[in-house]
Design a protein around this ligand. Structure first.
Ligand code: D9A
Length: 416
């Protein structure tokens, strides 16, 4: 569906979408003048649109550290993901990556598109890293070292058990949570969070990505590695790729629901982590991805489309989440709404129905007990928009004006 159609269907999305567009334009104008920082921030905008916006709101010092941390991690990921590099060549690079970040002369070409540029121009990232405070450098170095070693361990190892799955997710995402908690602490704006809670923040996001990206990953050429643990999928099919075939639809959805149920276990820790944050910008930075994750899980649960195409939250809903997430009350509200959206999708005969229901009810109970669930706009239970022809005509004319203006503006900018 085009933007126009989407907005006609969800008129409340219009305002947050425009606000997001404006914020994105504003952020892109704020790219620092020095070439190394300029490179880092434009790269950040290229590889992660909405995330770059939320980073923008952190104070300068912390923002710089998070930006560099993000790019170092992306670079490490690019090495891990590049299937054209032989394992015995890749392992030493991963293991030594935490030393390469101190060396502006080091570079290693791999990856494609934006990631190829990131790798080829990595000296900009190193130069920016070398300007960070020592506390920030140490946190980034330590996490990069542990993540590199963990990735190396999994290069030749499949994700068999649920314990392997948690271990792999710890290396690639849980450690990101630990690292960020250290950076927040180093900034003096937050207490140091317990490692187990920081780890859960990463696991919840990563497991959601792994679930959502099933089809994209399984269809990748050359074949990429898969992270759904055998211990789970082998209850339903003989081979992981069998899940995408139509004749296995029932099993596929049961397996998917098993995976979603597994991810939901982390919600309690995540709520606890977020409720301890004090700085409003750090809070938003942490909470927005978490709400997107629970929203994505609610969308994916019992949804065969995960095996047929892309299941993502619509842009308008993302924009609303970014616009509205300010306090812990907003987080409890969103987790409550998305749990309410998932709950009626649980079918009695699903093999994990009871377990899923228990986990959803625990989440709902936590949200209710917070005592802040009243007076707020819900993400799901909305009054159906009522249009008359005049409203539609006005809306349409407004949209045409706005979009003509925006595209003219963009062209003008490109021609400069
Ligand atoms: C994060 Cl520095 C990530 N990952 C994310 C993004 O959020 C986390 C990678 C590097 C960094 C941070 C994140 C944000 C805030 C607090 C966190 C945290 O912990 C306390 O990480 C745990 O996904 C990647 C991992 C999950 C592997 C950690 C959010 C993000 N969103 C994408 C949207 C998408 O669909 O991937 O990157 C985006 O905005 O482009």
């Amino acid at each position: 569906m085009g933007t126009l159609g989407a907005i006609m269907k969800h008129p409340d999305d219009l305002y947050p979408l425009l606000k997001l567009k404006m914020a994105a334009r504003h952020a892109e104008k704020q790219i620092p003048p020095q070439p190394h920082w300029g490179f880092c921030y434009s790269m950040l905008h290229k590889v992660s649109r909405s995330f770059a916006l939320v980073i923008q709101q952190l104070g300068t010092e912390l923002r710089d550290a998070v930006c560099i941390f993000y790019l170092v991690l992306r670079a490490l990921d690019t090495v891990e993901d590049d299937t054209s590099i032989a394992a015995d060549f890749k392992v030493p690079i991963l293991m030594a990556f935490h030393r390469h970040i101190y060396d502006p002369d080091w570079h290693f070409s791999c990856g494609t598109k934006d990631y190829k540029v990131l790798m080829e121009q990595f000296h900009h990232v190193s130069n920016a890293f070398l300007e960070l405070g020592r506390n920030y450098q140490e946190a980034i170095e330590d996490i990069t070292m542990r993540m590199g070693a963990g990735m190396a361990k999994f290069i030749c190892k499949e994700v068999e058990t649920v314990a392997d799955y948690d271990e792999y997710c710890h290396y690639v995402a849980g450690l990101v949570g630990l690292g960020l908690s250290k950076l927040f602490h180093a900034s003096g704006k937050e207490d140091l969070a317990p490692d187990s809670l920081s780890n859960s923040m990463g696991l919840f996001l990563q497991k959601t990505n792994i679930i959502r990206d099933y089809l994209e990953d399984i269809n990748e050429i050359p074949k990429s590695r898969m992270f759904w643990p055998r211990e789970i999928w082998s209850k339903y099919v003989d081979k992981l790729e069998d899940l995408k075939y139509e004749e296995n639809s029932v099993k596929a959805v049961q397996c998917l629901n098993d995976m979603v149920t597994n991810a939901l276990i982390h919600v309690e820790d995540c709520l606890q982590y977020m409720s301890a944050l004090r700085n409003p910008a750090i809070f938003r930075f942490c909470a927005i991805p978490q709400i997107m994750a629970i929203g994505t899980l609610a969308l994916c649960y019992n949804n065969i489309e995960v095996f047929r195409g892309v299941v993502k939250m619509r842009r308008g809903l993302t924009a609303r989440v970014i616009d509205r997430t300010r306090t812990m009350a907003d987080v409890y509200g969103a987790f409550f709404d998305f749990s309410c959206m998932l709950k009626p999708k649980i079918e009695k005969h699903d093999p994990n129905a009871t377990k899923t229901l228990n986990r959803i009810e625990t989440i709902q109970k936590l949200c209710r007990e917070s005592g802040v669930l009243s007076k707020r706009k819900s993400y799901i239970i909305r009054n159906e928009p009522r249009y008359n022809s005049v409203t539609i005509a006005i809306l349409f004319v407004l949209l045409v004006i706005i979009f003509t203006y925006l595209s003219a503006y963009r062209q003008k900018n490109q021609n400069m």
